[in-house]
Design a protein around this ligand. Structure first.
Ligand code: ADP
Length: 350
């Protein structure tokens, strides 16, 4: 199958010797929405800039639709990039800003105008088309940046923290718009963010990075329920991570007794999502049972947030529905036994 984007062992060492990215492998299908997620400095933007061609790669290859573009200049690649600060020309009008990329490509005027008008209409920007870009709100500037990226009809749209400058409300609105737009256009999106909720909420697959390395590439749900490395288990969601010793495939020994879970030979760490704990055992014979004392309880709408101190003093977070009998009756100070279905436990290597 031909992929829209393929990174093969891509690496980047900056001139000063900083190794920003190593051994990055990724295949992106046409129309896929992929997010690069990780803490600041982990190499997300460097990778995105290498895909766009703004940064040379020092190892590996980048293919777009099967073509090796590793050393192709940015303007010759079928990509558009949207920057966090939008990089609009403040003294140009909205219409001029959006048309700029087409002018660079030397499109005939009639065709250029037709494309600009169509995209102005699509983004609801027609009424502002003759206003200067510096006279617009953050949300409007965001839309112009998107329109400017899309008007050139790229195969791949690259977005570098495009919502970072917006307040929380506007961010949510634009997130929805972005997702709808991406579905409608069927264009491949590669999106950089350090915000977990954004990556998990918007994308088909998430690439989690730390220290220049890819930790895991998974659909959001799998990232949440089946973390594959200690870093991901700690970074995503609300997991309890229990270190132990490998006993057999699917079983480790821990300070709390044996813990069974989903995982291969040699795994020695159990990862339990906060949502996997029950406040009372179900009675299933293979259930994991952890005695403890409730230290915190908060019911907010449909959600029940609890904390439970285990035998060795460790506190675990428990997320349940607020409407269950256990959630309603369990109070701080109660001695309880937490129940966990081994199928919701992931066993990983240390
Ligand atoms: P992120 O986007 O995940 O925050 P970056 O890709 O911007 O991370 O940076 C990755 C690493 O490369 C960091 O250690 C950063 O300091 C370094 N870096 C980024 N740009 C340069 C540069 N032009 N020269 C040297 N080091 C750089």
């Amino acid at each position: 199958m031909l992929h829209d984007l393929e990174l093969i062992q891509v690496g980047k060492t900056y001139a000063d010797g900083t190794k920003a990215v190593s051994d990055f492998n990724l295949k992106v299908g046409q129309g896929e929405f992929v997010a690069f997620l990780g803490p600041s400095g982990c190499g997300k933007s460097t990778t995105l800039r290498m895909i766009a061609g703004f940064e040379d790669i020092t190892e590996g290859e980048i293919l777009i639709k099967g073509q090796n573009v590793s050393h192709t200049p940015p303007e010759k690649r079928p990509t558009s990039m949207i920057f966090q600060n939008y990089a609009l020309f403040p003294h140009m009008t909205v219409r001029q800003n959006i048309g700029f990329g087409l002018d660079v490509k030397g499109l005939p005027k009639a065709e250029r105008d037709r494309k600009v008008e169509r995209i102005l209409d699509m983004f609801g920007l027609t009424d502002f088309a003759d206003r200067k870009a510096d006279r617009l709100s953050g949300g409007q500037r965001q839309r112009i940046a998107l329109a400017r990226g899309l008007v050139v009809e790229p195969d791949i749209l690259l977005l570098d923290e495009p919502l970072g400058a917006l307040d929380a409300n506007l961010r949510r609105i634009i997130q929805n718009e972005l997702k709808l737009l991406q579905r409608e256009l069927g264009i491949t999106f590669v999106f950089v963010t350090h915000a977990q909720s954004e990556a998990l909420g918007l994308s088909d697959r998430v690439v989690v990075m730390s220290n220049g390395l890819v930790e895991q590439i998974s659909a959001p749900k799998d990232l949440y329920l089946r973390p594959q490395t200690p870093f991901v288990a700690d970074f995503i969601g609300n997991n309890t991570v229990i270190e132990g010793r490998a006993r057999a495939a699917g079983l480790i020994d821990t300070a709390y007794g044996p813990i069974a879970g989903v995982g291969g030979e040699g795994a020695s760490v159990a990862v339990i999502p906060a949502e996997a704990f029950r406040l009372a055992p179900s009675g299933a014979p293979d259930e994991i049972r952890l005695p403890g004392t409730v230290t915190f309880r908060q019911l907010v709408g449909a959600a029940g947030h609890f904390r439970v101190r285990l035998s060795d003093g460790r506190e675990v977070k428990v997320e349940t529905h607020s409407e269950t009998p256990e959630a309603r009756s369990t109070r701080p100070g109660d001695t309880i036994t937490l129940g966990v279905d081994p199928r919701s436990v992931t066993l990983i290597a240390a």
